[in-house]
Design a protein around this ligand. Structure first.
Ligand code: GAR
Length: 200
């Protein structure tokens, strides 16, 4: 018997990845519980999913903070308060700083809609279309200071078809994200659980 890993989810958008994490917990693919959903934007649709599935959430609005550091500290405090063990950036459209990165070393992961190290940063799907690549995809990786550069945990490839629009491609990439993110979480959770007990 392994106790459930306590997850903190950071989201800024629709929350489809957040919802798939919930589903994979419900169907027992993932031995985890979501301690909190943190959103940075009061209009974030992920909030509706938290309400639907009765998951605690908090809005930490970066517009009410004077600096990135101040926002990061508030996010970190909330995660600490709830003894979160693994932080998942599921469509978190903000760069996180040292404050969070150092505190959650090897316990902070992100999903990105490209095959890293290609197409880092904003609008990765459009970047892939502009370069006319034949294959793109999605990656789950550890978060490091340099954006979208930490070591990769899992990736899935998605072919780019002639007739693809940005929206059709996004849909296929997201279908793969919904599969690989829970797998990545399970993999990292296992690592955390099997790591030296004092190494918490
Ligand atoms: C996902 O496709 C994720 O890869 C992307 O935002 C989307 C969020 O969708 N993240 C980034 O672009 C990070 N740079 P969701 O809110 O429906 O999960």
């Amino acid at each position: 018997f392994q106790p459930k890993i306590r997850l903190g989810i950071l989201a800024s958008g629709n929350g489809s990845n957040f919802e798939y994490i919930i589903k994979s917990i419900k169907n027992k693919q993932l031995n985890a519980e979501i301690s909190i959903l943190i959103v940075n934007n009061p209009n974030c649709l992920a909030i509706n999913k938290a309400i639907k599935y009765d998951i605690p959430y908090v809005i930490i609005n970066h517009r009410n903070c004077n600096s990135r550091l101040e926002h990061d500290i508030l996010v970190k405090k909330k995660l600490e308060e709830l003894s979160v063990e693994l932080v998942v950036m599921a469509g978190w459209m903000r760069i996180v700083g040292d404050e969070i990165i150092n505190r959650f070393n090897n316990r902070l992961i992100n999903i990105h809609p490209s095959l890293l190290p290609s197409f880092k940063g904003v609008d990765a799907i459009q970047q892939a279309i502009d370069k006319r690549v034949k294959i793109t995809g999605c990656s789950v990786h550890y978060v490091q200071k340099e954006v979208d550069s930490g070591s990769i945990i899992i990736q899935a490839a998605v072919p780019l078809e002639e007739q693809d629009s940005k929206e059709t491609l996004r849909k296929r990439i997201q279908d793969m994200e919904h599969i690989i993110l829970p797998i990545a979480i399970a993999k990292v959770a296992k690592k955390i659980r099997t790591s030296f007990m004092g190494n918490k």
